[in-house]
Structure formats: C-alpha cells, structure tokens
Design a protein. Structure first.
Length: 118
C-alpha cells in the first residue's frame, strides 16, 4: 500500500490541525492505520492507531483527550485531528499501515511537518 500524508503546518500553541493520509494499492478497510511522530532530535514514537473499521482506537498517553484518529474507508483516508496543541507536539508526523496480527507496520508515508509555536 502507498501512503501520502498531508496537512501539516505551523500552528500556535493551543491551536488545532488536521492531518490526512491517503492510501492506495490495497484493500484499505482491512488495514490497521497508525500515526507516528518524530520530534526534533528524538526517535520516532507512536501517536495513535485505528482498526480497519474504526471500532478500536488507541492513543499515546501524551495525546489522549487532545488527538482523535478516524478513517473514511470510502475515501481510503485516515485522519488525525489534533487540538490543544503543545510545543512538544512539534515533529514530523507519519502515517503507517499494517495487516492485522502483524507486529510491524509494513508501509509508511513520507511524513508531514507539524510545528507548534509559542
């Protein structure tokens, strides 16, 4: 599956931003879709993921209550709605896909930069 993430940008602390990730090349609805981020100078970290039909979502503790992951299988797109953004949310955000029961995400998008300013 090929993934294209977009929607990043510069936003003030406390603001909101929506990231999108468009997928192609495979039956999208069967895939678990994840969002990850890499803060400057740090390793990539998990943000959230959503099951194939959206029934199960999981979030990193650092974003719970502020970020919301959703998907539209008819549009082959997964979203990450981010609100109450903090400086620590700055980083490159990646979407990824994996087949259920696989341990690893096998497909990754190119990343989109999110910068939160004070």
């Amino acid at each position: 599956v090929q993934l294209q993430a977009y929607g990043g940008g510069l936003v003030q602390a406390g603001g909101s931003l929506r990231l999108s990730c468009a997928a192609s090349g495979r039956t999208f609805s069967t895939l678990i879709m994840g969002w990850f981020r890499q803060p400057p100078g740090k390793e990539r970290e998990f943000v959230a993921h959503i099951s194939g039909y959206g029934g199960i979502t999981t979030y990193a503790d650092s974003v719970k209550g502020r970020f919301f992951v959703s998907r539209d299988n008819a549009k082959n797109t997964v979203y990450l709605d981010m609100s109450s953004l903090k400086l620590d949310d700055t980083g490159v955000y990646y979407c990824a896909a994996k087949i259920p029961f696989n341990a690893e995400y096998g497909s990754w998008g190119q990343g989109t930069q999110v910068t939160v300013s004070s």
